[in-house]
Design a protein around this ligand. Structure first.
Ligand code: NDP
Length: 608
């Protein structure tokens, strides 16, 4: 149905663009609230039990007081891929410090039923070629991804010196000895020549600040700390028979809820799904991997080819073929078709390009809304499940059983018309003055994003001049490549912002950063340098380049979006303009970074 002329609905009728824009703004306005990020509760004090690790008992150990060459904070994909590349480069002395009880990061914590990757496993799961693993499904489920993290840890010897259930509380540059001092909540005071950090964007659970939340007398937990002891079942999909006689509320309908609601719908006596903003839920089409097909495609260098192809497909006009062929590449394919239909002289006109993107988006969202009608039997429920915003305003979801759950007897959508849950009582959840009595409340309420970096990380790194990172970034993030920060020698960040900023496949950002950091550290060690730091000029030039790009234009438009963590809950902040990527696109960034890294001169870095 992808058109190149006036955008149309799946039934061929023209879309009234003005009417749709007005509808989107009306729906956004319903959801705007003055308290922005402050509407959420920080999970501390009396709520701290929501953070407890239900998966691995904590083991006692002696505090560490030793020195390592590289310390990595975070044992998720970022730490694993960087650690792996360091080991490959011959830097053996690597310590990963992780707050969970094992490697895995987001996949350690998120073991809720139905959890699976939303990006195709062949490009999402890192180091498949190096570890020889064939993902069993196009979108692997969480237990397989967690096991893969452990596989990487074992394959590259990263368990040897790792510290689990350990949270960094202080990180300070020691200029006398050119090294970092690391203090943790386990009494460790160790040092490292280099530190790298991959603490992840979504790892601190948040709770909605619903009045009465602490008064509930029934059972409750956050999706990232799933209580299988209560629900029965396990992450592999064993039915949750503990819920057979239970009335359960789930609060939130984001990407997490979309994946676990189908399992709850099958298990609970009654399930109430409390919705503030519907997710857009497109087709999933998961399937097992055919081993014969995999053997044919898995020739040397295959994963890099697939990564590059997937990323190329996210960049308008760049890809001849589409290896992954899924919802993400479909979004980009449609945009490319729209851009290709423009007269050549218009293809560099940002206004015309944005209009083409909007047309393509309108068609896609109309299809997603039509899908709701075709699946959900009750017309009123179907009406309430439709998302009225542009697809990239919120995290796009893909699922083939979520919408169907609302046809299961005993599963009820409780739409709050953008207002959110009104109140929680000792016995239930209140919306529009009606109390829904439940035995258990599951919070699918997401993770802190817009709060201060130091609050989420748990420490505020102190650099060369005694400056804290939070002070240096008071006006917004400043880095070279999203990795190096002036004033913070021998420190590296592993995350997408100010680099490729490829959100459809976050691990691709991380693997490239890991490779780069390993190359730089190896270079420093081989040449006897004790310090490496980005110059002020190089950092400034990089930030200037980023804020002048198209990503910055999209950021300015994001206040039109329905509130969420993508747009700081609808509250524009001057700092948001720095949360962008390379202006020429993700693929161009990876090529640029590859040239920069392999040149061996690392322009912009100073080695001492
Ligand atoms: P989200 O932040 O996306 O969703 C939180 C949900 O809670 C939203 O639906 C929100 O509504 C709702 N909510 C918040 N406050 C209230 C309230 N007072 N009353 C009612 N509802 C409320 O969290 P998720 O855990 O779903 O997802 C977070 C991110 O994690 C995703 O965006 C994605 O990046 C990642 N993820 C990735 C997956 C994958 O790749 N497979 C799977 C799951 C998550 P509202 O929208 O109105 O704010």
């Amino acid at each position: 149905m992808t058109g190149t002329g006036h955008p149309t609905r799946p039934d061929g009728t023209p879309i009234d663009k003005e009417a749709l824009r007005r509808r989107y703004l009306r729906e956004r306005d319903k959801r705007l609230r003055p308290d922005g990020n402050d509407q959420y509760l920080q999970v501390t004090g009396r709520l701290a039990h929501y953070l407890e690790d239900p998966y691995t008992p904590r083991t006692e150990r002696e505090p560490k007081t030793d020195h390592v060459t590289v310390a990595f904070i975070g044992g998720g994909f970022a730490g694993l891929v960087t650690g792996a590349r360091l080991k490959e480069a011959g830097v053996g002395d690597v310590r990963i410090i992780e707050k969970g009880g094992d490697f895995g990061g987001t996949w350690y914590w998120n073991r809720y039923p139905g959890a699976q990757c939303d990006t195709a496993s062949l490009v999402y799961m890192p180091l498949l070629e190096e570890t020889g693993h064939m993902p069993t499904e196009k979108y692997a489920h969480a237990p397989e991804i967690l096991e893969h993290c452990q596989r990487i840890g074992k394959h590259f010897g990263l368990y040897d010196n790792a510290l689990f259930h350990t949270e960094v509380q202080d990180l300070r540059w020691d200029p006398e000895r050119s090294r970092w001092t690391i203090r943790t909540n386990r009494g460790d005071t160790c040092t490292a020549r280099f530190v790298a950090m991959g603490t992840g964007p979504l790892h601190v659970p948040k709770l909605p600040g619903i009045p009465g939340i602490e008064s509930f007398r029934g059972h409750s937990f956050h999706t990232s700390r799933w209580d299988y002891g209560y629900t029965g079942g396990d992450p592999t999909g064993t039915p949750m028979d503990g819920l057979a006689d239970k009335r359960v509320a789930i609060i939130g309908t984001g990407a997490t809820a979309v994946q676990c609601v189908p399992h709850l719908a099958q298990a609970c006596r009654e399930l109430y799904v409390f919705q503030r903003t519907p997710s857009s839920v497109d087709v999933r089409n998961n399937r097992p991997t055919d081993p014969e097909w995999f053997t044919r495609i898995a020739t040397p260098g295959w994963q890099r080819r697939w990564l590059e192809n997937f990323t190329a497909n996210q960049t308008a006009g760049m890809a001849d073929e589409d290896l992954v062929m899924d919802g993400w590449t479909d979004i980009a394919r449609r945009m490319r078709a729209r851009v290709a239909a423009l007269p050549p002289e218009d293809r560099t006109d940002m206004r015309k390009l944005l209009a083409a993107f909007e047309d393509s988006d309108h068609e896609k969202m109309e299809e997603i809304r039509a899908r709701v009608d075709s699946v959900v039997e009750d017309p009123e429920t179907a009406r309430q499940l439709k998302a009225w915003y542009r697809q990239m305003c919120k995290r796009p979801c893909f699922h083939d059983e979520y919408l169907q759950s609302f046809n299961v007897p005993g599963t009820h959508l409780v739409d709050t018309d953008g207002k959110g849950v009104e109140r929680i009582t000792e016995t239930g959840v209140v919306v529009a003055d009606r109390e829904y009595e439940v035995d258990c409340i599951i919070y699918a309420s997401g993770f802190e994003v817009g709060t201060e970096h130091a609050r989420r990380a748990g420490y505020d790194m102190t650099g060369r001049a005694g400056t804290k990172l939070s002070e240096y970034w008071a006006e917004g993030m400043r880095t070279l490549h999203g990795t190096h920060v002036h004033g913070f020698p021998n420190a590296f960040l592993v995350q997408p912002t100010q680099g490729a900023n490829l959100i459809s496949n976050v691990p691709h950002n991380l693997t490239e950063s890991g490779r780069t950091i390993a190359t730089i550290i190896k270079h420093a060690l081989d040449h006897g340098h004790t310090e490496v730091e980005v110059t002020q000029e190089a950092e400034d030039a990089w930030v200037d380049l980023l804020v002048s790009g198209a990503g910055a234009i999209w950021r300015q438009r994001s206040p039109d979006c329905t509130p969420g963590y993508y747009n700081n809950e609808g509250q524009p902040t001057p700092r948001a303009k720095f949360n962008v990527g390379y202006p020429h696109g993700a693929l161009a960034y990876f090529h640029y970074l590859d040239r920069w890294r392999t040149s061996g001169t690392f322009e912009g870095l100073e080695f001492r």
